[in-house]
Design a protein around this ligand. Structure first.
Ligand code: ARG
Length: 398
């Protein structure tokens, strides 16, 4: 496969640094590196420089935090997408974004190939490559870590021989991935699903057992399913998520431990931290329960599951999502209002909610004076509602 210039999704870590040199040597090609800032707090200028030091002909850093929040995270929040009942999809949502920015950079810098550092065992390779194929099928796709057959030790040796600086955190026993929406942690002692995660597996959240003894309340204001107010103040998406991560993390909210089904057929044990996501999902769903009718809520639950699957399985740019988005958008027209959540020692509990278009009617719900519900109508309703049950039960009795 002859390629001249390869755009590489670069993180500054060992794998992608080795990949720069390996691509240059193996393909006799130039390498352009792109690092994406999607909310992991890192020194991006140092990452940009490192790529050049290793040998990239160009190195760019793209700030995509805002785009990530608005175009990826909030649509998933509105849809209510949760994978395997637990995972809020931080990594899965970021991959199609990284892939689309890489395709853009590849075109702008005259590349004929794109490359990523994923192994052949995970979901991320699928997510990257499906999006590459969708956005620009003319680009050759290269996955060095799938091709080179090097162990971690081989990589370290390769880096040493080629004068590539070895990252200082190489003794980190975990494999992690971090962005604005969440942090994931796997490998090491976590590979035994029966092992309690060591304290060091968590970085964003306080241990709930030693979290503050005083609860804290946050109120989230939504407009058409999008969070726009934090404690009554207009807050932009990135700030809102960042601040909620800090507040929730302080109270130990958002820890998730799950055995998850990968697309490639294996189960893996993962630890996630997603304080903002946990609070926002809880608040959003609660608001939906006061603003949406029973049928729509029930149907939307199935859509949420399907949405989560397609995001997890790398089909963000696939055929189904636009149709699900259209349904979700239609449901969110009246999902406007405010939800108050109490945070305390690892728990997030909704304490109150208001919505201008609430379907809740006190005059129908009340057991006090002012009740307008027609009690007499229930008698006939129950006779007909229970008719099939009554007929079947009579047959069973013989
Ligand atoms: N299992 C998650 C996913 O497929 C997260 C994987 C992130 N990678 C990591 N090295 N922790 O979306």
């Amino acid at each position: 496969m002859a390629v001249k210039r390869i755009a590489l999704a670069y993180s500054g870590g060992l794998d992608t640094s080795v990949a720069v040199k390996w691509l240059m040597e193996t393909y006799h090609a130039e390498v352009v590196c792109m690092a994406l800032d999607i909310g992991e707090e890192r020194n991006y200028e140092a990452i940009r420089q490192k790529a050049l030091t290793v040998g990239a002909v160009q190195s760019v850093v793209v700030d995509a935090k805002e785009r990530f929040a608005r175009e990826f995270v909030f649509p998933a929040l509105r849809a209510g997408a949760v994978y395997n009942d637990k995972y809020l999809l931080a990594t899965a949502l970021a991959r199609p974004l990284i892939a689309s920015e890489l395709v853009r950079v590849a075109r702008e810098t005259g590349c004929d190939a794109v490359a990523h550092g994923c192994t052949g065992k995970g979901n991320d390779q699928v997510r990257f490559e499906v999006t590459f194929q969708a956005l620009d099928p003319t680009l050759t796709i290269i996955a060095p870590a799938r091709e080179w057959g090097m162990t971690r030790e081989d990589e370290i040796e390769y880096a040493r021989v080629h004068g590539i600086a070895i990252p200082v955190d190489l003794d980190n026993p975990y494999s992690t991935d971090t962005n604005l929406w969440g942090r994931s942690c796997e490998c090491g002692v976590l590979e035994d699903p029966d092992n309690t995660p060591p304290a060091g597996a968590y970085e964003w959240t306080h241990d709930p057992l030693t979290a503050p003894d005083q609860p804290e309340w946050v109120s989230i204001g939504f407009e058409q399913g999008v969070p726009i107010l934090l404690n009554g103040e207009a807050t932009d998406p990135v700030q809102l998520i960042t601040q909620l991560n800090a507040i929730g993390g302080r109270h130990g909210v958002g820890r998730v431990d799950c055995v998850e089904d990968r697309l490639v057929g294996i189960k893996s044990r993962e630890i996630y931290e997603c304080p903002a996501g946990t609070i926002l999902y809880l608040a959003h769903l609660d608001l939906e329960h006061i603003a949406l009718d029973k049928d729509t809520l029930e149907f939307k639950r199935g859509v949420a599951q399907r949405y989560a699957q397609l995001v997890y399985n790398g089909l963000w740019d696939g055929t189904l999502r636009p149709h699900l988005d259209a349904f979700v958008a239609s449901t969110q027209a009246h999902v406007t209002g405010s939800v108050r959540v109490r945070l305390f020692k690892g728990t997030a509990v909704v304490e109150g909610r208001t919505a201008p278009r609430a379907l809740y009617r006190k005059d129908l719900a009340t057991y006090d004076v002012g009740d307008t519900f027609d009690h007499t109508a229930s008698e006939g309703f129950i006779k007909i509602w229970g008719l099939p049950t009554k007929i079947n039960a009579a047959l069973d009795r013989g």
